[in-house]
Design a binder for this molecule. Structure first.
Ligand SMILES: *Cc1c(COP(=O)(O)O)cnc(C)c1O
Length: 225
């Protein structure tokens, strides 16, 4: 077994244990293996170990590695978890099976138009900036209900859930609880929350999707300055 697939099995085991601790079933939780910055040499062993769901944060980087992998392994599901610029919407709809970062009217309109044009319907999550951080994408918590209604009523989109990235230096559980509350009052079932450092807490707070990178693939080398 490769080092990464051992790490993957450990993460799967930890998800199972946290789910069990709060009376949830592990099948309610999708592990997204976040493979950004890693090449096929590191990704293929994880696929061969049986894992099929991956996350990337950049459209352009993904175009360089995933079309070939998807051709070879047709059951793979790819989630976009990074910000999406309107000029990349066409490429994103072509490549991704789920787009987790819908956060503004212009993007929602562009997605609706492009999904209809391609007749391809990736799942959509609305990203909420639960910490209201200036540098972070996502709709503010106070604007979330109106934005979800806009997606549904004005764009004909049917988002399946919400996604958040809590502030680096705050207790994540408050953010997870807030995201769960916004989802519940808007009738959204899916919650994408929890990363390597806090996915167990996220599972306790109802995450249906956890996005785990470094705990599976190891530390990422920072991009050259
Ligand atoms: C990189 C990234 C992750 C994974 O982070 P790790 O700490 O390596 O698990 C999760 N979510 C988003 C949005 C990311 O960009």
């Amino acid at each position: 077994m490769s080092e990464q697939s051992e790490a993957l099995q450990q993460v799967v085991g930890r998800i199972g244990a946290s789910a069990q601790a709060v009376g949830r079933s592990a099948d309610q939780i999708t592990l997204i293996a976040v493979s950004k910055t890693f090449g096929p040499d590191r990704i293929v062993p994880i696929i061969e170990a049986g894992h099929q769901v991956f996350g990337e944060n950049r459209v352009q980087e993904s175009q360089g590695k995933w079309p070939q992998l998807k051709a070879k392994f047709p059951d793979l599901k790819l989630h976009l978890i990074g910000p999406l610029q309107s000029n990349k919407v066409r490429d994103a709809v072509e490549l991704f099976d789920c787009i987790q970062t819908v956060d503004r009217p212009k993007l929602a309109r562009a997605l609706a138009q492009e999904m209809a044009r391609q007749d391809r319907w990736p799942d959509l999550f609305v990203q909420v900036n639960t910490g209201e951080e200036d540098q972070k994408a996502g709709v503010a918590p106070g604007d979330a209900d109106a934005f979800i209604a806009y997606c549904r009523e004005d764009c004909g989109l049917a988002p399946v859930g919400l996604m958040c990235i809590p502030p680096f230096d705050e207790e994540p559980s408050l953010h997870f609880a807030l995201l769960a509350k916004i989802a519940a009052r808007n009738g959204l079932a899916a919650l994408s929350m929890g990363m390597s450092s806090d996915f167990e807490t996220a599972v306790e707070f109802g995450a249906t999707h956890v996005r785990v990178g470094s705990a599976i693939f190891g530390a990422r080398t920072p991009p050259p300055a």
